[in-house]
Design a protein around this ligand. Sequence first.
Ligand code: ADP
Ligand code: MG
Length: 429
Amino acid sequence: MTEALLQLEHVFQSYGAGVRRFTAVENVNLNLSVGEFVALLGPSGCGKSTLLRIIAGLQKATQGKVLYRGQQLEGVNPHTSIIFQTFALFPWLTVLENVSLALKAKGVEKHERDKKAEDLLDRVGLDGFESAYPRELSGGMRQKVGFARAMAVEPELLCMDEPFSALDVLSAESLRGELLELWTEGKIPTKAILMVSHNIEEAVFLADRIVVMDKEPGRIIAEHKIDLPHPRNRKSVEFQNHVDQVYAVLAGQTRPEKEELGTAPGEVGITRHLPEVEISDLAGLLENLAEGGNQKHDIYLLEDKLGITSDQLLKLTEAAELLGFSSIAKGDIELTALGQAFADASILARKEIFASCVRRIPLMRWLLSMLHSAEDRRLKIEVILTALSLDFSTEEAEKQIEVLIKWGRYGELFVYDDDQEMIELEEGR
Ligand code: ADP
Ligand code: MG
């Protein structure tokens, strides 16, 4: 029997007054049990942060019930703590003092506070930095102090609002690993974790369950269970299947993917070519579609709006659809939840979202698997060109490689060595 920790029942949140009033969160039902790590995924503005604030008791829902251990929540929930995207540390306090301060509020006496803070800093990998000041630390290290501070109060329910999204790829990855170790090995007394994320792979890597939301109004559209043991192998077929399934929900895909994406070179079926577009132009299209909220746009009207030719527009919309950022029906184009997430994301977050989308396209999947099996995980362009020439004319094959390189570099999947005309997989890809 699972032990219920948190229950949201028919939660609604409205903001604004008069004609400006709107429903930010509509009829959310969400349960969290002891031992669960749940990820909340969805486009910006779908009410993720709002839900976290309601759960932490920092704001009262307009309607609905919030139960914590079966009791209706009144005021601030003393059993939760939230880790935000960027942590506000006190600049005039040392790292140790910043963490120790969180314990002072709990009434722990000084000697014990410092001892405990030291232990926590040790656990998040900040041993030796106790007397440093926040300004002396990198972004990744500052976020670790934030984690240590949130854990110092030993919350039963740890809420995290995009805790890794302000970090560079490597710092994010190491901090994810450290959190997972603390959690799975029971080194922290936390009973459940709720994490907001924009990153499908991060959610599949960490969570037991993914709750997918959409906006206007903000609501839950799907739940997806992940029953893989930790540590999870991102490259395994099972892992990628889960990523694909969550991706399909976010990309609003109902049709079987083969038909939409085409097949990889050498496989039976048509190898769909990649439209030649610049990522900056694609981003421009998505930003434009995201303006004024989620709605359908007449494709022919976009030509004027974006100041591009119909040929360029066709390529852009094709790329957006191929990547799962938009859907097209009856001359209208509409952003998917994934497309909205991309349009709203920071530069770093965009790269991550793009990477998980682009690697699903058969042509890119094929190239990545070639690179994986290559010596030193690098290949000469010439070799790729020869391989592609079975499916495309030489001229078309050259164009396709150009697009593959452009897209792969943007998603930081691989690097291109201009001198040697080689591509090499990025670390961890
Ligand atoms: P997310 O975290 O998923 O991006 P938020 O919970 O921050 O979403 O916001 C959901 C919607 O509610 C957005 O349209 C946002 O502009 C609006 N909103 C959030 N907080 C407030 C507030 N305090 N007052 C008015 N509108 C708000
Ligand atoms: Mg938010």
